[in-house]
Design a protein around this ligand. Structure first.
Ligand code: HXC
Length: 268
């Protein structure tokens, strides 16, 4: 990944070793991109991890790489649109110990003009992003409640803060994810489950950027207040923060990690 696009991660974590020791995390969409780096950082900070995804090869590669980093890692193949698949991953995670962290990172997206999209195209993205977030959260609820220290982190976006060209489907899906974050925080707080979101801006080197940026990186960089995109580490370390005791009083919030990108407006 080019250092012009984003800053490399620091050599030493800003958090102390083992800050998540004894915790078990399940990460949907954890085999690649942002989800993989979130899994890796949770693991490097002491959590055992279970990743869920649709591609067996990607899961196998990710699990081996995590284990090479000294992380206790398992995988479970499945689709977040299916409750039985989510339940199977929760079971796999619980074999590692008491499940305390769920990260909903599985997402689907593409650029498409609203007048060119079928209802099924919109439904597909809503089902992966929004319903998938609910389905995985529902599947993990009992385990998180029984742990006495549950934490859900929903990976969202900033697309819907205003409106984003050719993203009607994903904007609606992520707006609903943010709403779920607040509703679940309200209802599940009584069980000591904290529910938060992270809204990344442009993250270098991800499938999302490849699909959505269309090779206009120079133009993109010139529009960013900090002049750079985020590294996947930037999103992952925010997840470590929210999952750690530093986040113990934070619930129902969505943390924007975008270097002020979404508030940018061109000078006329
Ligand atoms: C218009 C499209 C389309 C496109 C698919 N569809 N791609 N319509 N333009 N480019 C339509 C199909 O024609 C079909 O509708 C419907 O969507 C379902 O497509 P399938 O291929 O059958 O669905 P599926 O195999 O489940 O794949 C889901 C997917 C795919 C979302 C379409 O891209 C996927 O699996 N993506 C996962 C990985 C991914 O996208 N990661 C990036 C996330 S980035 P019809 O009517 O023909 O049946 C992200 C970041 C957001 O979320 C924030 C950015 C800043």
């Amino acid at each position: 990944m080019s250092s012009q696009l984003c800053l490399p991660p620091p050599e030493v974590s800003p958090f102390r070793d083992g800050i998540l020791k004894g915790q078990v995390a399940m990460v949907t969409g954890g085999s690649s991109g942002i989800g993989y780096e979130i899994t890796r950082q949770l693991g490097l900070h002491g959590a055992a991890v279970a990743i869920m995804g649709r591609r067996q090869n990607a899961l196998d590669d990710a699990t081996s790489a995590l284990q090479k980093d000294g992380i206790t890692a398992v995988s479970s193949r499945g689709d977040v649109r299916k409750s039985e698949d989510c339940a199977r991953c929760v079971e796999a995670a619980q074999r590692l110990g008491s499940l305390t962290i769920l990260v909903n990172c599985a997402a689907g997206n593409f650029l498409a003009a609203a007048d060119q999209m079928s209802a099924n195209a919109v439904r597909t993205v809503l089902e992966i992003d929004t319903l998938g977030t609910f389905t995985a959260s529902r599947a993990a609820f009992s385990a998180l409640r029984d742990s006495g220290n549950g934490c859900i982190i929903n990976i969202s976006a900033t697309l819907h803060y205003g409106a984003t060209w050719w993203q009607a489907h994903a904007s609606a899906a992520k707006a609903a994810v943010d709403s779920l974050t607040r509703s679940l925080a309200l209802e599940w707080g009584a069980f000591n489950i904290r529910v938060n979101g992270i809204a990344p801006g442009p993250v270098a080197g991800t499938a999302g950027m490849a699909k959505l940026d269309g090779g206009t990186s120079d133009k993109m960089l010139s529009m960013l207040p900090l002049g750079r995109m985020q590294h996947p580490w930037d999103i992952a370390i925010a997840a470590v923060f929210l999952a750690s005791p530093a986040g113990r009083c934070i619930s129902g919030d969505t943390l924007v990690v975008d270097g002020a990108a979404w508030i940018w407006r061109p000078l006329v």
